[in-house]
Design a binder for this molecule. Structure first.
Ligand code: ADP
Ligand code: GN1
Ligand code: MG
Length: 369
């Protein structure tokens, strides 16, 4: 059941201005971080569906500031969606206030909870089902990026400092190897070498940010396919979710993380690594969608760095899974033995395949520039 231990939702389930009486509350989704429940309530024969989430306060050290970010961003998006004639209850997350009017509920154990309206008739996928869905998600993330460019970055708290600072992640990784608190380093010498062989590349994006060649933007930072809801009827990507890590970042983080997860021919935790590869048709269609959604707002340097963004996000994520494995599986939820190690292997296999297909990736981006 993951890193969070016992389920303690009963108190929080009654803490919000929800409708009806509780019918069921069950663990939901495949997120690695928060504890997510589908809560169904009922009144007069009608059901009301909600998402109830316990915020992971081991990872998000200031849940109140995090909730202020989400409140600000969702209110901003709501206004934009209404302006464009859309349906704000389906196209962005809607927070249900707690009984005291706050956007979160703190339970007797000091844990923070939030409730969203459940977006019905839409699905989050762990694997691309139809290429068209991936194109739609690229368009939606590109569009999201453009919308956020109008959001005042100064109002956002950095919820996890250095989140995509790959060189900092690399330092943490080396420390985990050196400390080796679970005595697992011996078994993963090849994986450690895979990282060490690529240390020269780790700093490329952060250096370009420092010397002004890449602009700092407001980004989502966790743009994997299961953080976007695809409408079951129309196939359109209707709502971007998981807004915990919205903060200043690079556009190539968002583009790259989507490719890392969605252009993989296998799931992120596929134990059979021979099934893993980067699909060039999926890479192509996502790039097309993302750049259409960005509507020309990316600079020449950002466009040139898109393939590197994909590689860096994948290498960084693999390194984070390996770090967590070395530290005893304390960060990402795990459901089986060696889960983080399987995830490490898929990420490194993706990186190796990208290296083989590098020129093709560059040519695809050039086609849509
Ligand atoms: P985590 O940070 O753990 O990934 P998410 O916020 O991404 O948590 O939520 C986990 C899963 O819960 C999502 O992948 C999605 O399937 C589901 N989910 C989250 N919010 C909603 C919502 N408002 N409506 C329907 N499903 C949702
Ligand atoms: C986590 O929260 P979730 O499951 O959408 C993680 C991302 C990783 C991803 C790997 C806050 O995302 O950074 O890329 O797992 N989120 C956080 O699947 O660390
Ligand atoms: Mg998520």
């Amino acid at each position: 059941m993951g890193a969070n231990g016992n389920e303690t939702w009963a108190e929080a389930a009654e803490g919000f201005q929800t409708k009806g009486t509780l019918k069921s509350c069950t663990r939901y989704g495949s997120g690695h971080i928060n504890e997510t429940y589908k809560m169904i309530r009922e009144e007069g024969g009608q059901e009301y569906w909600y998402i109830l989430q316990k915020i992971n306060d081991g990872i998000f050290k200031d849940p109140v500031a995090l909730m202020k970010n989400i409140e600000g961003v969702t209110e901003f998006l709501r206004k934009e969606i209404i302006k464009n004639g859309g349906d704000p209850d389906r196209e962005t997350l809607t927070l249900v206030p707690a009984k005291d009017g706050k956007k979160y509920y703190q339970d007797g154990q000091g844990k923070y909870w939030r409730t969203y309206l459940f977006i019905r008739g839409a699905t989050c996928y762990d694997l691309v089902q139809k290429p068209e869905d991936f194109y739609q998600s690229g368009k939606a993330f590109g569009h999201f990026q453009r919308l956020l460019s109008k959001y005042p970055a100064g109002e956002l708290t950095e919820t996890i400092p250095d989140f995509h600072n790959t060189p900092v992640r690399f330092e943490t990784f080396k420390k985990a190897v050196a400390e080796d608190i679970c005595h697992r380093a011996d078994q993963v010498q090849d994986e450690i070498k895979f990282v060490m062989d690529r240390q020269k590349e780790m700093g490329i994006a952060m250096e370009m940010l420092k010397d002004g060649r890449l602009p700092l933007r407001v980004t989502h930072n966790d743009t994997k396919l299961n953080n976007i809801m695809i409408d079951d009827q129309t196939g359109e990507a209707i709502c971007i979710i998981d807004l915990d890590t919205i903060m200043p970042g690079l556009s190539i983080f968002d583009y790259g993380d989507s490719i890392r997860f969605g252009a993989n021919t296998a799931e992120e935790d596929e134990p059979d690594v021979s099934k893993v590869s980067i699909s060039l048709p999926l890479f192509d269609i996502y790039t097309k969608g993302y750049l259409e959604g960005c509507e020309g707002s990316l600079t020449e340097a950002e466009l040139d760095m898109l393939p590197m963004g994909a590689k860096l996000m994948t290498l960084e994520c693999g390194m984070r899974f390996l770090t967590d494995y070395l530290q005893g599986d304390v960060y990402f939820h795990t459901a089986r033995e060696n889960h983080n190690l399987d995830r490490t292997h898929t990420q490194f296999a993706m990186v190796a395949d990208m290296e083989k297909k590098w020129e093709d990736m560059k040519a695809i981006v050039a086609k849509y520039k």
